[in-house]
Design a protein around this ligand. Structure first.
Ligand code: CP
Ligand code: NVA
Length: 312
């Protein structure tokens, strides 16, 4: 039976760990790290094509998938909102069935989680979630790869996420729960994580000996934390709420004052794109604790690991 990657909740801890191990190997073999990077081309995906169906803009996800497929010897085609227009120009069912006759894998960035679930249901080829309103699993895999690179382990670490309980946070807490990282969330009222996803993830965390805790207090969240994580206050598609959100998230900014509470060797993480002066100050995101471009680079390696896992 074909496998998809919609949410890491569908993956076992062993699968998640093996993806990270595979990503580390691919990174080493690729002659990375940093810039300029290596670029070994393997033949695993020779003769295989991957479609990127994107309903929203992207820098990291699009570029890392396109380059990743190239480096695995496959062919990648980008289909932006104007080409596919999922569910509007054509039903999701017909898009899934048609693309399954042309390509070996569909990577999709959509607004509504239901669209990616339906794509996976109707497609005869693996579907990878490149971000929806509920999840961003590829980001979370790159994030935990980065955390292990920095600390050499997952156990006995605490990650503090300050801000919106959104797609990035959902996938991040699931990934952490799978590998045993403690998570503390702090955000304003009205922006808590989805209660069903939280409950399920807390169950996963219990099995793996870690905790997922939520509060309104950013000071509590970052106290003694090894990792401090931020995402934008206004996600793609929420632009009309910008003024309201900026007002409500005030007090949840990561700044020099707040990070004083963290471990001395803490790392600052952000999935990017970032807004300096809003969710994080420039001195923190551009400072020596920041690992944002390692995270961005690891998208490439971990997505190659996902493609190899699902396609070979
Ligand atoms: N972090 C991330 O997914 O970035 P893009 O939106 O640029 O792909
Ligand atoms: N939460 C953000 C993440 C972007 C990578 C969004 O959905 O726009």
């Amino acid at each position: 039976m074909k496998r998809d990657l919609i949410t890491l909740l569908d993956y076992s801890s062993a699968e998640v760990l093996s993806l990270i191990d595979s990503a580390d190997k691919l990174k080493k073999e690729n002659g990375s790290t940093g810039s300029p990077r290596g670029g070994t081309v393997r033949g695993d995906l020779k003769g295989k094509s991957v479609a990127l169906v994107f309903q929203k803009p992207s820098n990291r996800t699009r570029v890392s998938f396109e380059v990743g497929v190239h480096e695995l010897g496959g062919y990648c085609l980008y289909l932006g909102p104007d080409e596919i227009n999922l569910g509007k120009r054509e039903s999701t069912h017909d898009v899934a069935k048609t693309l399954s006759r042309y390509v070996h894998c569909i990577v999709a960035r959509v607004f509504d989680n239901k669209d990616i679930v339906q794509l996976a249901q109707y497609a005869d080829v693996p579907v990878i979630n490149a971000l929806c309103d509920l999840y961003h699993p590829c980001q979370a895999l790159a994030d935990i790869q980065t955390i292990r690179e920095k600390f050499g382990k997952f156990q006995s670490l605490t990650l503090a996420y300050v801000g919106d309980g959104n797609n990035v946070f959902h996938s991040l807490m699931v990934a952490c729960a799978k590998v045993g990282i403690n998570v503390r969330f702090a955000g304003p009222k009205g922006y808590d994580p989805n209660p069903a996803i939280l409950k399920q993830t807390q169950g996963v965390a219990r099995t793996n000996g870690c905790t997922i805790e939520c509060s309104r207090d950013p000071q509590w969240a970052v106290k003694g934390a090894h990792v401090i994580y931020a995402d934008v206050w206004v996600s793609m598609g929420q632009e009309k709420e910008t003024a309201k959100r900026i007002k409500q998230f005030k007090g949840y900014q990561i700044n020099t004052d707040l990070v004083k509470q963290a471990q001395k060797d803490y790392i600052f993480m952000h999935c990017l794109p970032a807004h300096r002066g809003l969710e994080v100050t420039a001195d923190v995101i551009d400072g020596k604790h920041s690992v944002i471009f390692n995270q961005a680079e690891n998208r490439l390696h971990v997505q190659k690991a996902v493609l190899l896992y699902l396609l070979s």
